[in-house]
Each structure stands twice: as structure tokens, then as C-alpha cells.
Design a protein around this ligand. Sequence first.
Ligand SMILES: [Zn+2]
Length: 337
Amino acid sequence: MIFMKAWMILVFVVTVYLLAVAAASPILDSTLRRVGFTTLQRQLKSRGTFSKNLVYYGGPVLQSATVNPIFIGPIPDSKRLLEYYAFLVKSPLAQILNSEYSTSTAQIGYGRLGTPYVEKDPLITGAKTLDDDNDILPYLFDLIVNGIIWPSPNSYFPIYTQPGVTVTQQGSKSCIHFCGYHGTFDISDLGIPSTPYLYYAVIADQSGTCMGGCGISRDPFENLCSVSSHEFTESVTNPAVSYTNSRSPAAPMGWFSPSNYLGGEVADICNAMQSTLIDPLTGKSWVVQQVWSNKNVKCMASDPRLGGTVQSTVQTSATTVTSKRTTTLLTTKTWKQ
Ligand SMILES: [Zn+2]
């Protein structure tokens, strides 16, 4: 009896200690999760199903993306961003997409910078929070019906918000949970020929409290470029992401890695891994985020085998910024990456 009591006390003490450790130290929890993750990797590997490689699920891809940035108010560096996109759509990063992620029915080619739009309505530019469902999508709808933007099967609308504005998307907040996201807006009711979807992204300002969360550069503009290239490459290779279920991928999903635990879309697998590319025409250098190459089985920003005219010069891996991931928008609320 005495033995039993001592045993019970011991169990009690150990339990209280473990609970206290668990409550005081979130590291314990993440360590446990990491152990589970490794086990899962091993199981998948042994079954031969573990691969980061992207699989094509039959959905659309952007064959020659026309990038039409929307600036919600005066955005710092908006002019430089336009210059950036003009480079990005024809860069070695885009070349990788052309070479590897065209499909049997859709050849991906270089894109172009389309028409930017700067919002001036104080009702919109003065908002301190913008929610995807409640603000962004109705706003895009208004722009279309008022003839301000013209969606086409290849158009892409990255939306930029001002410093200090918080974007929310299905409960997640910019600068806390994500750096940006890309999504799909079903506009089939509008009856625009061959254009059932509008492809867009929302990219939060990277300065102030966002600094350091979405890239390793000390220049917020460079991190903004990195996030912009992440969303661009995913929008080209998997534009209809919002109308698919990543747990059982199928059309209209485009290119996607079924190994959710290590990836998702073309840029998720290489999240926050930045490279600097030099534009030979201007001599300017631009930061991009690397993408996954199925052919080379690694992350890269420029594939020497394609004979790109621009060389990757600086390559750094941001290992300290994994807590804030660039997210993609899914209507299924069970998965976010
Ligand atoms: Zn992503």
C-alpha cells in the first residue's frame, strides 16, 4: 500500500512536471512534431512515394502572363516594382517555368508587364485592415464591372498594400502568419470569354514590423521582390489553386507537389531561399526567390543548362525565417502553405 502510494505520487509529480514543461516551453511541442514529421518522411520514403517533384494535375497554367499590379494607395517603390516585373517575366527564373512546367496542351512562354493601377479612393486607401473575402474580392469585382481592370486567361493581378495595413485571409494575418498569398476568384458569372477565373495575389508591405519575417535582406524592397517572385511563379504554374483540394489534388490544380509536408507549389518547396540575378541590359541586380526544378531536383533561380543570359550571383538561404511562410489561398480551410 505504501509502495502504491509512493508510485502514485511519483506519477503525479512526473505528470505535473511534464505538463509544466509543456506549458512553459513551446520548443518541446515543436520537437515532438519534428519527430513525427521525420517518421512520416521515412514511411513515405520506404513506400517509394516521397518526392518533392511537382506533378501536373490538368488545370490551367499562365502561358504568357500579363502582370497588372494594383497599388492600394501610394506604395513605396511602386516604380521600382514595375521595373522588377518587367525583368522578372523574362528572367532565368521564368525560363525555368517555360522549360519545365509547360504542359502537353499549354506552352508557357515569357510574360509581360501589363497596366498598373493605383487606387486613390480614400475609402479603400484609408483602411487599416483589408480582408480577403470581405474587402479584396468585392474590390476586384468592382474594378471589373467598372471597366478599370480587364481579366483575361493570362492576366495576373498582384495587389500591394501600404505600410501599416494588415491583410487578413481566413483568419490569418499578414506579417504574423504570412508574407503574401495568391488566389483565384471565380468570375464565371460575368461571362467574359474563356475567362472563368481572375488570378490575383496580395503582397503585404515588408517594412516596419514585417522586417526580417519574409526574407533575409535588410532592404524591405528586396524582400518584397522575393515574395513577389514567389507568388508570380506559383500563379503561372498553379493559378487555379483556390478551387482545388490539396489533400486529394485534381484539376483545376496545375503543378503541385503531393508531398504536402515538404512543399506544395513550385516556390513553397524553396520558401525564402533568395538569389540575386543581374539584368544584362541594365546592369541592375534583382532579388528573386528560387523555385523547384523537377529536372535538376533542387531549388534554383537560374538553370545553366538552359543557357540563360543572366547569371545568378549571390545565393543565400534564409533559415531563420521559416515561421512566416508565404501562403497560398485555398478555399478548403484545412491546408495553408
Ligand atoms: Zn507559396
